[in-house]
Design a protein around this ligand. Structure first.
Ligand code: NAD
Length: 303
């Protein structure tokens, strides 16, 4: 579908999860790659797999929240490939403890902002400066549905970081639009990766989420990849400052997301939305037990 021959694509957080899938997809589409993450071994494995597809790959370890690391990765990429055409700001962390905002600790809040928002800014600034010199480039930030509105999920830091990233996308898209550099973001719904596997698979939340998603399922990584590659490519040449939701309709149904549609209860014989219409999944058993809060994790916390 996409042609990235002659293009160099820098991907952060490329050692596993969505970033790894992006690396393989861009390699299959002909791109040379600059890959970065913190763990050398995992990163080299991904780089080697991309090389077997015939691509030039530079793999440099680094932490996106450390400015010197970011400069080193970008410099190494430009030195090795002569230019950077695309940046995928993918590296991110989340916090699954479900802490209420009034109890959320400063250390974790700052850490999540540093990686998910500030790290993405460091990369956008360093790559952006280079792209502006060439009057050409495309940046795709990986946001989240949780950056597109509020929820009751106990994710204050993640939601603040991804909301900030979304608006940074609009801001950079505006600031660089007349100098050849496009900046967009993709906001996925729930996808099974290492970040979400425990919650989605081990705890059974996937069925709960699916039943409250208009498409009645969680997403798959290739569905995010397709959106990322489209925005990164020249096919999106007149698109900048856009946040593209890849969420099975979740954001379109915002507000009813956590509420079972009432006609499931009283109009079972004549579904109003479509037919057949998957029933709302019951909450997992453990969910009812935890409804009042997780002692020591949800409120009230011990003094
Ligand atoms: P993941 O935990 O499976 O992978 C995260 C990647 O980021 C890994 O390669 C990790 O090494 C890297 N990383 C983390 N901290 C880093 C740091 N400080 N410096 C450098 N690299 C770092 O997560 P994922 O699900 O693949 O998430 C990828 C992106 O997609 C994230 O920005 C995440 O917030 C976003 N996202 C994921 C989902 C989902 O359901 N999986 C939904 C919405 C958004």
């Amino acid at each position: 579908m996409f042609d990235f021959n002659e293009k160099t694509v820098l991907i952060t957080g490329a050692s596993y999860g969505l970033g790894e899938q992006f690396a393989y997809a861009f390699a299959d589409a002909g791109a040379d790659l600059v890959l970065t993450a913190r763990s050398e071994d995992l990163l080299q494995n991904v780089a080697d797999s991309c090389r077997t597809k015939g691509r030039e790959v530079t793999a440099v370890t680094g932490d996106v929240s450390i400015e010197d690391d970011v400069r080193a990765v970008v410099t190494a990429g430009i030195d090795a490939h002569g230019k950077l055409d695309v940046l995928i700001n993918n590296a991110g962390i989340a916090d699954m403890r479900g802490l209420a905002p009034e109890h959320f600790d400063s250390e974790t809040f700052n850490q999540i902002i540093s990686v998910d928002l500030v790290g993405a800014f460091y990369y956008a600034r360093e790559c952006g400066r280079h792209m502006l010199e060439n009057s050409s480039g495309s940046i795709v930030n990986i946001g989240s549905i949780l950056g597109n509105g509020g929820s009751e999920n106990g994710v204050i830091a993640y939601s603040a970081a991804k909301g900030g990233l979304r608006n940074m996308t609009l801001q950079l898209g505006s600031e660089w639009a007349d100098r050849g550099v496009r900046v967009n973001s993709v906001s996925p719904g729930f996808i099974v990766t290492e970040m979400t596997r425990i919650a989605l698979e081990a705890m059974g939340i996937d069925k709960w989420i699916a039943s409250r998603t208009p498409m009645r399922r969680v997403g798959e990584s290739h569905e995010v990849t397709n959106a990322v590659m489209f925005l990164a490519s020249d096919l999106a040449s007149y698109i900048t400052g856009v946040d593209l939701l890849v969420d099975g309709g979740t954001n379109a149904s915002n507000g009813t997301f956590q509420i079972p549609p009432i006609h499931h209860e009283w109009n079972v014989e004549a579904p109003m939305v479509s037919s057949p219409y998957e029933p709302v999944q019951p909450r997992p058993d453990w969910y009812q037990a935890l409804e009042a809060g997780v002692p020591g994790v949800h409120y009230p916390l011990p003094e």
